[in-house]
Design a protein around this ligand. Structure first.
Ligand SMILES: *[C@@H]1O[C@H](CO)[C@@H](O)[C@H](O)[C@H]1NC(C)=O
Ligand SMILES: *[C@@H]1O[C@H](CO)[C@@H](O)[C@H](O)[C@H]1NC(C)=O
Ligand SMILES: *[C@@H]1O[C@H](CO)[C@@H](O)[C@H](O)[C@H]1NC(C)=O
Ligand SMILES: *[C@@H]1O[C@H](CO)[C@@H](O)[C@H](O)[C@H]1NC(C)=O
Ligand SMILES: *[C@@H]1O[C@H](CO)[C@@H](O)[C@H](O)[C@H]1NC(C)=O
Length: 331
């Protein structure tokens, strides 16, 4: 009897110890659990993946995400190993918004710069930009010089190597209209500017965009004001050095029209990895057609060979490259 009790106790003790064992500084049972969401912001700064805002899909109805949290990715990890979230919600001053976009900026590359979005509560945020200092762990609303442009949503911010953010297109919050102009924000001196609209792509939202090694930005797909998803047989290049646009015809296995997709630069610097999205009339894309690569020298599309179970296609997600992995964060 005593032996049994002792065995039981030892087992229980081991179990408790297991549950309390810290992995990356957090115990599994005490770990913070993010709610489901889409149209949020997800940005990597100094080995931390910060996530906030978007639509909270756990609660049902149209509810804004109030959580703010990060994943510590400094420890080595793989796809089988659990990683734990760290909660920063008590520090959050950003009201629940959808269609926000965020980049890493500031003089030392350690400020989370959040732009745009639409309110999901009666509190409408007039602030265009919120900045989170990841060293001081505090948000503030920066004072920005230059002309203030009307707040936009559902666009993808891209930052260059000089801390300048490029904000193309999106939907104007006040007039509910789609635009195709390029505004810029210097995140070091906090100054607005305007890029070129000559030969710009047509007005669009929820496109994929990423910075290429030659400091050009590539823009892919998106949706227009008629709720149509746009074709990927051409892509658009914004040259940040000369502030001009060009259009490239693509070839190969051209993906079907899609919006709510993501684009990231592959580690070889030669391929853009395009993932997810919704088809025309909100058609769900087959998992087998959810991931493509575009060679940025030949503009030829391919479907890479992938092993393992292909997850169902996500849309209105965010993607980041962390080490060797492309993290597609929550639907
Ligand atoms: C992140 O993880 C690393 C490695 O496990 C650890 O040394 C570090 O303290 C963690 N940092 C934070 C802020 O959680
Ligand atoms: C956002 O705020 C405006 C006014 O501040 C309000 O009219 C609108 O209904 C709000 N939107 C939502 C979804 O609550
Ligand atoms: C910020 O990061 C970019 C690369 O993303 C780099 O080119 C630049 O030198 C960095 N700036 C500073 C001040 O570290
Ligand atoms: C697009 O879809 C939205 C939401 O479903 C709807 O309110 C709007 O009327 C649609 N617009 C057009 C032009 O079909
Ligand atoms: C962009 O500007 C540069 C420098 O003026 C020029 O060489 C290049 O041809 C221009 N590209 C386009 C597409 O106009």
């Amino acid at each position: 009897m005593l032996k049994n009790t002792l065995t039981y106790f030892v087992l229980l003790f081991n179990l408790i110890q297991c549950l309390l064992t810290e992995i990356n500084g957090v115990s599994p049972i005490l770990a913070f659990k993010p709610t489901l969401r889409h149209l949020h912001a997800a940005t990597v700064i100094d080995d931390k993946l910060y996530i906030l805002s978007g639509m909270d899909d756990t609660i049902g109805g149209i509810v804004g995400g109030t959580q703010f949290f990060y994943l510590n990715v400094s420890a080595p990890f793989n796809t089988k190993m659990p990683l734990y979230w760290h909660d920063l919600t008590s520090k959050n001053i950003v009201p629940p918004q959808i269609g926000v976009t965020a980049v890493k900026g500031g003089a030392d590359n350690n400020t989370l710069i959040l732009y745009g979005g639409r309110n999901l509560t009666s509190i409408e945020s007039k602030a265009l930009v919120y900045a989170y200092d990841t060293q001081g762990n505090a948000w503030h609303i920066p004072t920005i010089s230059g002309e203030n442009y009307i707040k936009r949503r559902s666009l993808t911010a891209v930052v260059d190597y000089q801390g300048k953010v490029y904000l193309f297109g999106g939907k104007l919050l006040e007039f509910d209209s789609f635009v195709n102009d390029m505004i810029t924000l210097d995140t070091i001196n906090f100054r607005w500017g305007k890029g070129s609209s000559t030969n710009a792509p047509t007005s669009r939202i929820n496109y994929g965009a990423t910075l290429l090694p030659n400091q050009n930005i590539i823009y892919i797909g998106g949706g227009n004001s008629l709720n149509e998803s746009l074709p990927l047989d051409e892509v658009f290049i914004y040259d940040t050095n000369n502030n001009n646009w060009s259009t490239k015809k693509t070839s190969g296995l051209i993906p079907s029209n899609r919006y709510g997709l993501t684009a990231v630069l592959g580690l070889d610097g030669e391929q853009v990895i395009v993932y997810g999205g919704l088809g025309n009339k909100n058609i769900i894309i087959n998992p087998e057609e959810s991931l493509y690569t575009l060679n940025i020298n030949t503009f030829e599309w391919s479907i890479p060979k992938i092993t393992g179970n292909i997850p169902s296609c996500r849309y209105m997600h965010r993607a980041n490259v962390i080490g060797n992995y492309m993290e597609s964060v929550i639907t």
